[in-house]
Design a protein around this ligand. Structure first.
Ligand code: CUA
Length: 312
């Protein structure tokens, strides 16, 4: 992961516009530092210079209209200037380039899922070709989340029922961290993902490989990867301990108590249904939380089910 700070406080600048945003940040930062020192310094000086002394009587001060106008109008000019430069950079960076590639980013408790223009979906991992203007279309399937990639200087809320977007052109190849920057419940801090900025060829190859198990892996091994990348472990333990959702240890092939219905056999169809339509059968005692539905292609689903069957 590349987080080596090339500048004094911020991580690597890995997208177009990042340098400009940093420039703005440092301008506001030093502007604030200088005024803080000047104002607090003057305050301490006056406290000392006009301290109580024997034989000196305090005299009431008079209004100084010119001084009052000066310290009202000067900050107003500064603030108007700050607004102007910030707004200009904001508008420039949220404008999507003509012909940008559109990728859907869906937030759900507690994982990120990405959908490419080909229709392929992948949880937890986003590949982007370097230098290509991209529009990330954000949405949420449950509550408010926020998609945040510090290296791209990109952060935007994913709001249920509304699309929002990030305009982005990654400029430096590498691996970058995605965070959720809006508190969204128990496992908010575990709502992570990775962005890989790669060459056009690597990107095309990755899209080809998305729906296939990686070479040399069994379906169950691939299923384990998908299980972890999808954020399943944030709610379902694999060792029998109780988290937000039922533990998946020893579930496959056994009878499950269902809320408001007869017990159900957790066969392959049951596991499949529980991934695609989690609300269809809810295990007794777990009616308080809503698991979001997950969409996988057939080979991915088969792999997930194969993995769940190994959790003895
Ligand atoms: Cu999603 Cu915090």
């Amino acid at each position: 992961m590349r987080l080596d700070p090339p500048t004094f406080q911020l991580p690597i600048q890995a997208a177009e516009g990042a340098a400009e945003i940093d420039g703005l940040y440092y301008f506001v930062y030093w502007f604030s530092v200088i005024f803080f020192v000047a104002i607090v310094g003057a305050m301490f000086y006056f406290v000392w210079a006009y301290r109580r002394r024997k034989g000196v009587k305090a005299e009431p001060t008079k209004d100084l209209t010119k001084l009052e106008l000066f310290w009202t109008i000067t900050p107003l000019i500064f603030i108007t200037y700050l607004f102007h430069v910030s707004f200009a950079v904001y508008i420039k960076n949220s404008t999507v380039a003509e012909g940008a590639m559109e990728i859907r980013v869906r937030g759900k408790k507690w994982a990120w899922e990405f959908e490419y223009p080909t229709g392929s979906r992948e949880p937890g991992v986003l590949y982007l070709p370097v230098g290509k203007p991209t529009k990330l279309i954000l949405s949420s399937e449950d509550v408010l989340h926020s998609f945040y990639v510090p290296a791209f200087r990109a952060k935007r809320d994913a709001v249920p029922g509304v699309y929002s977007h990030i305009a982005l052109t990654p400029t430096v190849k590498g691996e970058y961290q995605v965070f959720c920057a809006e508190y969204c419940g128990t496992s908010h801090s575990g709502m992570l993902a990775k962005v890989y900025v790669v060459s056009e060829e690597e990107y095309a190859k990755h899209l080809d490989d998305i729906d296939k198990p990686p070479p040399g892996q069994t379906p169950a091994e691939w299923g384990k990867t998908l299980f972890e990348k999808s954020g399943c472990p944030t709610c379902h333990s694999r060792d029998g301990s109780r988290l937000v959702g039922p533990s998946l240890k020893g579930v496959a092939g056994t009878m499950q108590p269902i809320a408001g219905g007869p017990p159900a056999m957790a066969d392959e169809n049951y596991l499949r249904e529980s991934i695609l339509r989690p609300q269809a059968k809810i295990v007794e005692g777990y009616t308080q939380q809503q698991m979001p539905p997950f969409v996988f292609k057939e080979p991915q689903l088969d792999a997930m089910i194969a993995y769940l069957k190994t959790l003895k």
